[in-house]
Design a protein around this ligand. Structure first.
Ligand SMILES: Nc1ncnc2c1ncn2[C@@H]1O[C@H](COP(=O)(O)OP(=O)(O)O)[C@@H](O)[C@H]1O
Ligand SMILES: [Mg+2]
Length: 309
């Protein structure tokens, strides 16, 4: 903008640049705050919607499952009675044998279907947890499974999902928020793959941290873009496809958990996004809170645990 303007000579030049820098920084912060607001508003509505629908489905599917259970037992009992009453048993009556066979096969299919719906509803409710004002201990493997259930229809054609989950210690987290991170990463991985490909989810932990990585065999990220993908509004997707907010939201949520997120990629081969979440988020928050009101945490040594990037 100020390109054509002659810079004032000497020292006056420095504050001008500094101010511009500050202005740019303020604008960036504003854009980021706006992006977060829009996104959290959207996620809250979506969460409420999903929780509502899951609740609505839960009641009728519960009734179906329970009645079906009764039906299965009644058919078994009927077979017993007939076996007892008929001279040659059920097996002596080919038509009856066939009919009972059909009923029992149908019952198996219904049982399988209801149990799948019940699982989906349970995972949806768990995904859409709205009670996230408090940090609570959670197994991140479960969050990943809940998220995979939610986007199953996006992944079922041509995408092979591989899981390499280690048993994880529970970490204090805002479950719904972390699920949003998983969702954004999985959707990006999905969108990076044209035709067929694989998405590999890996989890592991050490003494201090829990890690989650999402690797896709998609288009990859150009080296000159790699530094920019976490900026709010940065997108290489067409209008109406990408908003460029997903990763900036991810970074913000991970930072709320005192963690880190980074990406590695080879253009044309795929990308890996890794999260690193400390196991003691609660303690870190508490230390932060005490520091903000000018008290030293527990030991009073003042060293504490430094917040990560
Ligand atoms: N798994 C991935 N593979 C390739 N590129 C990716 C991947 N994830 C993110 N990107 C790049 O980062 C950009 C920003 O991602 P994101 O913040 O989620 O916004 P959006 O998905 O709306 O474009 C994408 O437009 C894309 O260029
Ligand atoms: Mg995205």
């Amino acid at each position: 903008m100020a390109d054509g303007v002659q810079p004032p000579p000497g020292e006056a030049d420095a504050p001008g640049q500094e101010q511009q820098e500050a202005l740019r920084e303020a604008q960036r912060a504003l854009e980021e705050a706006q992006a977060r607001l829009v996104q959290s508003e959207k996620m809250a509505s979506l969460g409420m919607l999903v929780a509502g629908i899951a609740h609505e489905i839960n009641t009728p599917i519960g009734a179906v499952a329970s009645m079906h259970d009764t039906l299965v037992r009644a058919v078994a009992r009927m077979r017993e009675v007939l076996d007892h009453e008929l001279p040659g048993g059920v097996d002596g009556e080919p038509r009856l044998t066939k009919l009972l066979g059909i009923i029992e096969d149908a019952n198996r299919v219904i049982a399988d279907g209801t149990s799948r719906v019940t699982t989906i509803v349970r995972r949806l409710r768990s995904f859409a947890r709205l009670d996230e004002a408090e940090l609570e201990g959670a197994d991140l493997n479960e969050g990943l499974e809940d998220t995979l259930t939610l986007i199953h229809h996006e992944l079922k054609h041509g995408i092979t999902v591989a899981r390499d989950f280690a048993p994880l210690p529970k970490v204090d987290c805002f479950r719904g928020r972390l699920n949003q991170v998983f969702l954004n990463l999985l959707m990006n991985a999905r969108q990076a793959i044209t035709g067929t490909g694989t998405i590999e989810l890996r989890t592991w932990s050490d003494d201090a941290y829990v890690y989650v990585s999402v690797t896709d065999s998609g288009v990859g990220i150009a080296p000159e873009h790699l530094d920019r993908i976490f900026e709010p509004g940065f997108t290489t997707k067409g209008v109406g496809v990408g908003t460029g907010l997903g990763l900036s939201i991810c970074r913000q949520i991970v930072e709320e958990h005192c963690g880190e997120i980074w990406a590695e990629s080879v253009l044309g081969q795929g990308s890996t996004f890794t999260l690193k979440i400390p196991r003691d988020v609660k303690a870190r928050h508490e230390a932060r809170r005490l520091a903000s009101i000018g008290q030293n945490p527990a030991t009073g040594s003042g060293s504490g645990t430094a917040g990560s990037t």
